[in-house]
Write a protein that binds this ligand. Sequence first.
Ligand code: AMP
Length: 283
Amino acid sequence: MRIIETISEMQSAAEEIRLCRKTIGVVPTMGYLHEGHISLIKTVRENADIVIVTIFVNPTQFAPHEDFSLYPRDINRDTQLAESAEVDILFIPSSIEMYSSDFLTKVNIEHLSAKLEGKSRPGHFQGVTTIVAKLFNITKPHVAIFGQKDAQQVIVIKRMVQDLNFDIKIIVVPTMREPDGLAMSSRNTYLTPAERSESPVIFASLREAEYLIKNGLKNCLTIKENMSKLILDKKSASIDYISIADPITLDEYGTIEQGQPVLISLAVRFGKTRLIDNILINI
Ligand code: AMP
């Protein structure tokens, strides 16, 4: 596995790969790799000749009061995991490499970025789309893989690719979960044992919503009330938002009509740790 730390070396390597008529697949991550990331890497391997994984904890997608400095990092462990997952190139740039002191450009996907996560975390998606656009220009992929775990991120990035004409295929991989249903996330390491034991309620509430919808309940307020009840039964939990929305526009539904695709997503805090999850339902 080749480790690259500079933009110029990464761009030349990508150019050479393309000249050899090989396809490039990229998996952008913030590191502290887990099984969720590994499933993205396996998927990209099936869809491209050369696998690039990027690790960059992107400061511009964190608000000043958020967990940028605390975010778990272990580059030695990540390097070993990437090597065992047969990654070809690990791109690990520094913040200074990615954002020169005179950096001025921001990519903003209007409307979609302002909803859900964007409402709770203003500026977050502008940071995400700016860094992903840069990573696309640096790694020159044919294919890029993202996790359904971050449903809104997928929606926003797909729109960016469409609107800015990136010639890149976006593939979305299902959410990998712990055996008790908790979605794998680098942030799960923040949970205390008591919080960890309560956290599977997020997925349980999504399953409950799915059950209610599949059994004919149409009123979104009632579905959300049922989810809230389950979640708030846990001592350490507080709800940031629950959304039942159109999975393309993210417009909230009041009632669910037969045949409508539904994205149910939520953010819940356990103590200080904020976790997100979602499910897509097609009825
Ligand atoms: P992150 O390192 O958290 O920024 O995530 C990097 C990529 O991995 C994103 O596309 C995430 O959606 C994806 N990802 C994170 N957790 C999971 C998971 N549990 N299952 C599937 N994909 C995931």
